[in-house]
Ligand binder design. Sequence first.
Ligand SMILES: Cc1cc2nc3c(=O)[nH]c(=O)nc-3n(C[C@H](O)[C@H](O)[C@H](O)COP(=O)(O)OP(=O)(O)OC[C@H]3O[C@@H](n4cnc5c(N)ncnc54)[C@H](O)[C@@H]3O)c2cc1C
Length: 494
Amino acid sequence: MAIRQAETLVLGGGISGLAAAFYLRASQIRENRLENHTGQGKIVVLEGSPRVGGWLDSFQTPEGAVHERGTRSIRPVGVVGKNTLDLVSAIGLDDAVIPVTRSHPATQNRFIYTQDGLHRLPSSLSSILRRQAPFSQSLLSRLIKEPFAVKCKEDDESIHDFFSRRLGKEIAEYLANPFCRGIFAGDSKQLSMRACFPAIFDAERKYGSIIIGGFRSKPEKFPDIGTSSIAQRAKEQKWASWTMTDGLQTFPNKLSDWLVENGVEVRGSNPCSRIEFVQESDPDDGQKRVRVVTENQDVWEADHVVCSTPAQVTQGLLPPKHQTLSNLLHQITSSNVAVVNLEYDNLQLPVTGFGYLVPSSVQSKILGVVFDSCAFPELDRRKNPTTRMTCMMGGAWFHDLFGDPHSVDPSDLLSCALTSIKDQLGISQKPTFTKVNIHHDCIPQYKLGHTGLVDDIHLYIKDHHLPMSIVGSSYKGVSVNDCIFQARQAVTSL
Ligand SMILES: Cc1cc2nc3c(=O)[nH]c(=O)nc-3n(C[C@H](O)[C@H](O)[C@H](O)COP(=O)(O)OP(=O)(O)OC[C@H]3O[C@@H](n4cnc5c(N)ncnc54)[C@H](O)[C@@H]3O)c2cc1C
C-alpha cells in the first residue's frame, strides 16, 4: 500500500487539533514556506468522526432554537481569552460573536442550590461585606484571615483541602465544590489544586497568600496577544463571556474552512488506529519519523505528529515499545456527563441569571442547571421564542447515581432532570423540547499529582526523541481557551 507523505500530522479535529494546525500553517505562511511534491510543508488533520469540533457541538431544532451539547460559552479575559479572540478574528469570525457583558444579569447572578433553596453568590464589593446564606459569616471576614492561614508544604493538595485550609470549610463546600462540579464535573476532594488552578496554587507558594498574590503577581506579558480589534472591543466593553451565531460549532467549522482554504488537508471519518516510530534511512541523520495507520488502512508518514486526541485514546495508539508512555497517559481519566437540553413555552423562571450549581453535600442527582436563554436569547428560536435551559448530571458521580453510562436509559436521565427542576425551581410545566446526550469520558479529571504526571509524559517524549507533541484538554487546562493556547505553545516550540 502506498505511503502518503506529510510534514506534520495532527490527530484529532477538536478545537485543540484545529488550533494546532492553524498555528503551524500560519507560521509557514509567515515564513513563506510552501509545500513541495515530497510532502514537505504538508499538514494533514486526521479526525475520527465525520464532524470537526469535538466537544464544541451545537445543534438546531427544526424551529430554529440552538442548543449546545458541550461548551456553551467562552471567556474573553486573560492572555488565553484574548488569544482565542485573536484566532476568531484571524479566521474572519468577528461578526459572528455574541458577547455578554460583566454587568449583564447572566454574569452578575450565579446561584448555588442548598436544602434551603437558591442562594445568589456574592458578585460585588457590597455583597462580600454582608453575611449571605448559606455562609455563616460575610465573605470579607474570611478573606481578612486568609493571609494568616497555614501554608501547605506538600507538592500538591486537593482543591477541597486547599480552600478549607485557606478560606474555611464553608467556602470549600459552597464555592470550591460546586465550581469543580460546574467546570470539571469533578470531585473537589480528588481534584488537584496545582493542576486545576495553577495560578492560585502558585500565589500561595510565592506570596504565602492568594489575596496578596492576587495584588502583587504580575501576569506574564505577551505583547503580540490581544492585538485584534475584537480583543480590544471585549476589553473596552467589559465582556464576561461569548458565544457565536448558530452556536459554538460555528467556530471549529470556520476554522476548518480556513485550514482547507490555506492548503491544509482536513480528513473527517479517519480514525487513527496506530502510531509507529520509524528511523530515517540515513543512519547519520538518526532522525525518527512517524507513521500513522488509520482504521481505513491509510498509511501516513511524517516528520512529526501532534496528538490532540484524549490521553486515553493516544495511549492506545502507541507501539508496545513505548508501553511506559502508554501507562503514564492511561492514568489520565475522564468523567462521563449527561447533558439534558430543554425548552419550555411561556416559562417564567423564578430567578434570572446564569443558572445554578448544586454542591455534592446536597441530596441531589444533578450537577447544576444553565439558563441558556438568559445569557444568549439570540439563540432562542425566532418565532415564539421558548426558554432554553440545560441540566448537567453525573460527572465523577455518574456510576454511583446512574450505573454504567453505556447502558443507562436516557428516559431515566430525563425524568431525573425534570424531577430536580421541579423540586429545585418549582417548575412542573412539561418541556416542549427535550434532548438527552450522554457524553462518555468527556472531561479529564486532573487528580492529585497530575502536574507531575504531565511532566513525566513530556520528559519521556523528550528523552526518547519521539517526533510527537501532545496537546488537548487532557493535560494543562480543560477550557477552550486553555486548549487553544496550549496548541499554540506546543507548535511554536517545534
Ligand atoms: C459538557 C461539556 C461542557 C463544557 N463547557 C465548557 C464551557 O462552557 N467553556 C469552556 O471553555 N469549555 C467547556 N468544556 C470543555 C471544552 O469543551 C473541552 O475541554 C475542549 O473542547 C476539548 O477540546 P480538545 O480538542 O482538546 O478535545 P476533544 O474536543 O475531545 O477533541 C478530540 C478529537 O479527537 C477525535 N478523535 C478521538 N479519537 C480519535 C482517533 N482515534 N483518531 C482521530 N481522531 C480521534 C474526536 O472525535 C475529537 O474530535 C466543556 C466540555 C464538556 C464535555
